[in-house]
Design a protein around this ligand. Structure first.
Ligand code: NAP
Length: 555
């Protein structure tokens, strides 16, 4: 018997060093790690000890005997990775990372943001040095996209917050929630109270399609829709028109799949989750029966991961529909698919599409329809969205990348709502340089760079550092790299000692933001939400306005 890594894998690689026989791949040191969809366990080497299960922060690892029907296929998915990448054990003895010398005293670090990138950075600092970490967030709640981005029907993915909660239980880390950097405290004041400031502010806006009709009523970004159903206070007042039968989602990344599931899952299934009450009520009354997911490239280039695509096939009352004609491969993609060296995850992506295409949909079911090689050209309607017009694409190779080129064949799809799900984008951060094209703060391994030089004491981590790619656990390796630079600079004496200590910071904050929320306030919110959820058979019932969150924080 072996253990198997499944759909929820967060790629944070916590399991890798725990494996006594070194059979989990790829490791963060391997080049494949940067692009892998998930990690895999070699079934021939696994000794069934279960050490990886305890280390996994998102409950993604199961004994092969315990795999449910929807996860059974991951046994082969794990095994086939090792057919393509035979296990070569390169187990190096664990090297204990160096700590700054004691005589340097306590390192004070401000982290701006409280999402996964911020939390992994804080966790790494707490492990590696004598530190005081102050974690700022403009919202009264921590965990960023774990709370406001991860789909409500993926509770396992959210369990990473329990790991952070436990790592942050001591006073060495203090939450400074409901405090906005740039409003309640300036960048210079942060630097005055800390040796270093790490910005882990994510990528909070979205990309635009730049097609006519994009601003019609009923055309939104998926990021707004996601924030709305997850109860983000900035979006609680939004409304989305679910009165029509068809919604089109442009883009086919994992966010598009999250949104497609939320739009089609039975409301009674969603009612078991922590979805915001306002969204649950709207979805209960929804008339949506079909969600069309439009990808601009072909099925082999789709941005979703094969594990998320596979999971769609197990949704209650939902069919995945693909016209077999959409799966015809152009010569380049055919050659890629026929290559015996093809990555198993890529091969699976196409095979799953073929399986869906071969199924006969149940007319009683809702449908998620995948269209490929299609780019929107206009969103039309008199005063609200009525249709989306698109052009069929061909694939061509450009600078070593397969890109979509418009043909002269066009089509229109009637729809009452269009959601563009074409990626997040970082916003400029006050007082920091910004690369507008990439939507990132220019940096070298996390050290912020301006005019070709490092900005002393200022660092970035997560999506604002590397762009909006990767799953939650990808932030672990990223944060480790940033923290490494902080510790190196501190040890080399490059960081100015703070003028103000924690007491001075608290005095400043109590003057500027009397409603700042700390550990006790967050605990009170958390307990109240979980308490409300318990009686309703849900993990929590979220407060969705700042007022309600503040009331709950005061107990
Ligand atoms: P994404 O994976 O980058 O997908 C963006 C999609 O938009 C791609 O299909 C892309 O096509 C398309 N696109 C971009 N510009 C376009 C344009 N002008 N017109 C038409 N299509 C366009 O982004 P995402 O879905 O927002 O996800 C962000 C990250 O979060 C990803 O790494 C994702 O895996 C991760 N995430 C993971 C989960 C999960 O594990 N369950 C859930 C949510 C998000 P091209 O490929 O042709 O560029």
């Amino acid at each position: 018997m072996a253990y198997v890594i499944t759909q929820r894998c967060c790629n944070d690689a916590s399991c890798v060093p725990e494996c006594p026989v070194d059979c989990i791949r790829p490791t963060p040191e391997q080049p494949e790690f940067a692009t892998t969809e998930q990690l895999y366990i070699d079934p021939d080497t696994c000794i069934d000890c279960g050490a990886c299960v305890d280390a996994c922060p998102v409950e993604a690892i199961f004994s092969e005997d315990d795999l449910t029907a929807s996860l059974a296929r991951f046994r082969d998915i794990n095994a086939s990775y090792f057919e393509r990448h035979p296990l070569e054990s390169n187990f190096d003895p664990l090297v204990t990372p160096s700590r700054p010398p004691k005589e340097l005293g306590t390192l004070r670090v401000a982290i701006v943001g409280a999402g996964p990138a911020a939390c992994y950075a804080a966790d790494e600092l707490l492990r590696r040095a004598d530190v005081e970490v102050e974690m700022f967030d403009r919202l009264p709640t921590p965990w960023g996209l774990v709370r406001a981005g991860v789909a409500p029907d993926h509770p396992g993915t959210k369990s990473v917050s329990a790991m952070f909660e436990s790592a942050f239980r001591r006073d060495t880390l203090q939450y400074r929630l409901n405090v906005e950097v740039g409003k309640h405290i300036s960048h210079d004041e942060l630097l005055g109270h800390h040796h270093a400031v790490i910005y882990a502010v994510g990528a909070s806006t979205d990309r635009r399609l730049d097609v006519p009709g994009e601003d019609l009523a009923g055309s939104h970004s998926a990021t707004e829709f996601v924030a709305w159903y997850n109860g983000h206070p900035d979006y609680a007042e939004r409304s989305f028109d679910l009165s029509g039968e068809r919604v089109v989602i442009v883009g086919n990344g994992n966010v598009a799949l999250d949104v497609a599931r939320v739009l089609t899952l039975p409301a009674d299934e969603l009612a078991k989750t922590d979805i915001a009450d306002h969204a649950l009520e709207a979805l209960r009354n929804s008339n949506v029966r079909e969600v069309v997911v439009l990808g601009r490239r072909g099925p082999l280039q789709a941005a979703y991961t094969s594990s998320e695509f596979l999971a769609l096939g197990h949704l209650k009352g939902v069919d995945v529909v693909i016209d077999p004609a959409e799966l015809e491969l152009d010569p380049h993609s055919q050659a890629l698919f026929d290559d015996p060296q093809i990555e198993p995850s890529l091969k699976l992506k196409y095979e799953l599409a073929q399986e869906y295409a071969a199924e006969t949909p149940n007319p009683e079911n809702k449908r998620i329809v995948f269209r490929y090689l299609a780019s929107p050209t206009e969103i039309t309607g008199d005063d609200k969205v009525e249709a989306l017009e698109f052009v069929h694409n061909e694939l061509v190779e450009e600078d070593g990348r397969v890109v979509a080129r418009a043909s002269d064949r066009t089509e229109a799809l009637s729809a009452s709502m269009v959601l563009r799900s074409i990626g997040y984008k970082g916003r400029p951060v006050q007082d920091l340089p910004f690369d507008d094209r990439g939507g990132v703060v220019p940096n070298e391994h996390g050290r912020v760079v301006a005019d070709g030089a490092h900005v002393t004491g200022v660092y970035v981590s997560g999506w604002i550092k590397r762009g909006p790619r990767g799953v939650i656990g990808s932030n672990r390796v990223d944060a480790t790299e940033t923290v490494e630079q902080v510790l190196e600079d501190f040890t080399a004496g490059k960081l100015a000692a703070p003028e103000g200590d924690r007491a001075a910071l608290e005095a400043l904050l109590s003057e500027r933001q009397p409603d700042a929320i700390g550990r006790e306030g967050w605990k009170a919110i958390d307990a109240a939400e979980k308490g409300a959820g318990k009686s309703a058979g849900r993990p929590r019932v979220k407060f969705t306005t700042i007022d309600d969150l503040l009331k709950a924080a005061r107990g």
